[in-house]
Design a protein around this ligand. Structure first.
Ligand code: PGA
Length: 255
C-alpha cells in the first residue's frame, strides 16, 4: 500500500483527480470504478473542472459504480444513480450508456448481479477503482464479516451504516435495509485502487485498514493484499497512523 497524507481535503481530491485524469489521458477507453458518499465529491468536482477547463475527455470512458440501494429508483434523490448523475455524469461528456450502476429495482437481482460482473469483464476489467471507507471498515457495502472473495450480490446493511446514511433521509426508518454491492473479490480484481478518506471521524478505521490485522471485521484491511493501492488521506484522517508516510506519490508523477 502506498499511503499519502495531504494537509487538506482539497489536496486529497486534487491528487485523486490527477491520478484518474492521467489514466484517462493515457487510455481514453479507461474503465473506472466509482464510489458514492461524501468523500469522493471533491474528486468529482475537480474532474468536472478538468473537463471544462483542460479538455479532459470522457467520451470513451466506461464506469462501474460500487453499489446501489435495493428498491431505490434512479429518479429518487437518495439513489446512487441520481448521485452519480448529479455529482459527475451530467457535467462531463461521458455517454450515459457507458455508466453502469447496479440496478436496485431489478426483478431478478441475482441475475442482474451476474450480468453486472459480466459487463465488467466484457469491458476488460476495471483500471482504477475509487473507494471511500465506512466508519465500520466497509468498502462498497461489504459490511464487517463479508467474505473476502465475494462477488456482486445483495448485502444487508448493518445498524452503523444505516445510522451513518440516515443524514440523507427524512427519518432513520427510511434508510433502505438492503443494497446491491460489488463484492470484495470484485473490487480486488481492479488493476489499481485509490482509497480516499478525510476527517478525524475516519482516523480509527484508516489505522485499522492500513496498519491493523487483515480481518473480515475490517473489510478494507484486505486491500493490504492488493499489489497497487494508493491510500490518500487528509491530516485528520491520518491522525492515528503510526507509520511515517509521504505527502506525495512515488508511483505517479504529479505536478
Ligand atoms: P462517506 O461514506 O464518503 O460519506 O464517508 C463512505 C462509505 O460509507 O463508504
Amino acid at each position: 500500500m502506498e499511503v499519502i497524507v495531504k494537509e487538506t481535503y482539497e489536496q486529497v481530491s486534487c491528487l485523486a483527480a490527477q491520478m484518474v485524469a492521467d489514466q484517462v489521458r493515457r487510455k481514453p477507453r479507461s474503465v473506472l470504478g466509482l464510489a458514492t458518499g461524501s468523500t469522493p465529491i471533491g474528486t468529482y468536482a475537480e474532474l468536472i473542472r478538468m473537463h471544462k477547463e483542460e479538455d479532459l475527455d470522457f467520451s470513451q470512458v466506461v464506469t462501474f459504480n460500487l453499489d446501489e440501494y435495493v428498491g431505490m429508483a434512479p429518479v429518487q434523490e437518495q439513489s446512487y444513480r441520481y448521485f452519480m448523475n448529479d455529482k459527475l455524469f451530467n457535467h462531463i461528456n461521458i455517454r450515459k450508456e457507458n455508466t453502469y450502476v447496479p440496478d436496485g429495482l431489478a426483478g431478478d437481482i441475482p441475475a442482474a448481479c451476474e450480468a453486472f460482473e459480466e459487463a465488467i469483464l466484457e469491458h476488460g476489467g476495471i483500471d482504477i477503482q475509487i473507494l471511500g471507507i465506512g466508519g465500520n471498515g466497509h468498502i462498497g457495502f461489504n459490511e464487517p464479516g463479508s467474505s473476502l472473495s465475494s462477488r456482486t450480490r445483495v448485502k444487508t446493511l448493518n445498524a452503523a451504516t444505516r445510522a451513518d446514511n440516515s443524514r440523507f433521509f427524512a427519518t432513520p426508518d427510511e434508510v433502505p435495509r438492503y443494497a446491491v454491492t460489488m463484492g470484495i473479490g470484485t473490487i480486488m480484481d481492479a488493476d489499481h485502487i485509490i482509497l480516499l478518506a478525510n476527517k478525524e471521524s475516519k482516523a480509527a478505521v484508516i489505522a485499522a485498514a492500513v496498519e491493523g490485522p487483515l480481518t473480515a471485521m475490517c473489510p478494507a484491511s484486505v486491500l493490504q493484499l492488493h499489489p497497487s493501492v494508493v491510500v490518500i488521506t487528509d491530516k485528520a484522517a491520518a491522525g492515528l497512523l503510526r507509520g511515517e508516510y509521504p505527502t506525495a506519490p512515488h508511483t505517479l508523477v504529479v505536478k
